[in-house]
Design a protein around this ligand. Structure first.
Ligand SMILES: [Mg+2]
Length: 258
């Protein structure tokens, strides 16, 4: 499926990584913005019927809202798939029965461990738990607490562990940009009552997870060098803006025929 082919899709989701895809990489990430050319192409696409533009980024959702200058109708996936915002509504993270059961078992085990260590705190997250130890004064108790928490998670099984500063986190779901893209597609398909084709573009390793969820009727575009699953490649941000304009032109023509 090439650009002209996907432009003819009945319903089209254009899901875009931000940094390095529509916005050049800059030294101060807070100043990064989409190029005027990319922004113009995105505006053309957004003006078309049955066409949606979403941003899928590793950035936290609140930063992504600022950087993309998103309005209330935005479709955004932040934190590599953990945070999904649909037109200003934070989509609830839906756990399946198995995940819920494993969450409950881990919560019971961690609650017991945390209660036994003064000033340790258990944080409940949408897809996991954090054991916080910043306020624990008897610091000798921290390593054994973290070790016991790891063992509890291993016992329940299926948790991803991330050790941070004064916190150890367990996630029941190893969420990726691919999960974010899949969720956006499913939500739009349910709303619109039919299948939605996806064009996904990105420049980084984490974008490969999104390319991996694309099917035969979709199109993956890799921006820049590096190994990729995507079937289409452009050299840089500027060339990708050109591709978005080609997509917009082809889709405008296709819509005019229907
Ligand atoms: Mg990027």
């Amino acid at each position: 499926m090439g650009v002209e082919g996907i432009a003819a899709a009945r319903r089209l989701l254009v899901a875009l990584d931000f940094d390095g895809t529509v916005a050049p990489l800059v030294d101060d990430p807070s100043t990064s913005r989409a190029t005027p050319d990319a922004a113009a192409a995105i505006a053309r696409l957004r003006a078309l019927p049955a066409t949606w533009v979403a941003f899928v980024s590793g950035r936290p959702l609140d930063a992504l809202v600022q950087l993309t200058e998103s309005g209330p109708d935005a479709l955004l996936v932040g934190s590599h798939g953990v945070e999904v915002s649909i037109r200003g509504e934070l989509a609830p993270v839906e756990l399946n029965d198995d995940e819920r059961a494993r969450m409950a078992r881990l919560e019971a085990a961690l609650t017991e461990l945390v209660t036994a260590v003064p000033r340790a705190r258990l944080e409940t997250k949408p897809v996991g738990y954090g054991v916080h130890t910043r306020l624990v004064t008897d610091t000798e108790r921290v390593p054994p607490l973290q070790q016991a928490a790891r063992e509890a998670a291993d016992m329940v099984g299926g948790f991803t562990t991330r050790l941070g500063k004064d916190v150890i986190e367990f996630s029941v779901r190893d969420v990726t940009k691919g999960d974010g893209v899949r969720m956006l597609r499913e939500l739009l398909a349910a709303e619109e009552g039919g299948p939605v084709a996806v064009l996904y573009a990105g420049d980084d390793v984490t974008d490969e997870d999104a390319f991996a969820v694309l099917g035969a009727g979709d199109l993956g575009v890799k921006v820049g060098a590096g190994e990729t699953r995507a079937t289409e490649r452009v050299a840089d941000v500027e060339a990708f803006a050109g591709l978005l304009h080609r997509l917009a032109s082809a889709r405008e023509a296709s819509v005019a025929h229907h």
